[in-house]
Design a protein around this ligand. Sequence first.
Ligand SMILES: Cc1ncc(COP(=O)(O)O)c(C=O)c1O
Length: 409
Amino acid sequence: MTADTATSIAFEPAQRIRAIGVSEILRITDHANALKRAGRPVIVLGAGEPDFDTPQNVRDAAVQAIGRGDTRYTVLDGSPAMKAAVQLKFRRDNALDFALDEISVSAGAKQVIFNALMASLDPGDEVILPAPYWTSYADIVQICGGVPVPVAGTEANGFRLDAAQLEAAITPRTRWLFLNSPSNPSGAAYSADQLKPLCEVLLRHPRVWVLADDIYEHILYDGLAFATPVAVEPRLRERTLTVNGVSKAYAMTGWRVGYGAGPRALIAAMAVVQSQTTSCPSSISQAAAIEALTGPQDIVAQRCADFQARRDFVVAALNRAPGLHCRVPEGAFYTFASCAGVLGRRTRGGMLLQTDSDFCRYLLQDFEVAVVPGSVFGLAPYFRISYATSMAQLEEACKRIQAACEALE
Ligand SMILES: Cc1ncc(COP(=O)(O)O)c(C=O)c1O
């Protein structure tokens, strides 16, 4: 059959997603899980989700919602009760007051971010991403026609963006600055004093909006006080979207509920995007999220204490491995360690380690530990460990990483 007479031609993806693959983190995790299924004792430290269960009161609330028949579409961007729960959360945790029409609820914080960019970016608009950054930011920006502008952080500065870097990165095309504290992948967090100089730069650039991704707010260690830009500088309120969700704080990744609060006009534009994508977040999941946000909160601090013990263990273990160096992250459940000291060395199998990806491949192939290279997050040579897994698994994984570094020639 010639091309002219063929009944179909090969699928061609649309221009807007051609340069974007499925998340590299998912790819590594899938590969590691396939090895596990094949019987290899692989430890996967890739996933960004708590290993805890969703609290019982939250699960019960969902069951009750089904029993009550809360099974229909809700208001497009969140039921009134759900928005009231978000309103309460912002008052209680952040001393911020938002009206219900300044709040948008979606199927996860990821959809909140997607809606915001879809609703605001024109082709060529720039989004400043302090690196290392959550990989999805860059991909969402590109899908929405924007241009990601990574600004590399340094370990010396705790992987935090500083005011001079921000000033230098702003151009007439800059539409958004993303701030994510505590950060995925670095675990770095900004105090109010560290946010202030950034806010001052932003006040000089009224066209630049701020997306504050606060999803790891409740996983912050050593008694540090959480800070978010609008609370630090109320004059930024008219151009800030504060994003949060229940996935990480309440171990609810599969329920898919996230929310954002910001200026009415933006929230209304985001509702237009949502109306033609998911219509509304799941009614059952909203009932569960209401209970998570308004019910007893003690579990949040308990889990944070558990994560802190794991962080302390992993950081100490990594710093004992020859060639690795790990700063102490302030929050989230990730370590972001440098592997600069192992590059240029050879494995016993003769492979020369030239990049952080090589090192991660070596850890998986020869020592059966799956971690994610820093280059995926826009900063090399590092690797990210998610320590949202049991202490027993972490102990074994760290032993293997130590052995892998000691085995290098
Ligand atoms: C920084 C950051 N923001 C947002 C999300 C998305 O969370 P959700 O499950 O609410 O979509 C994640 C999940 O990994 C994340 O790491």
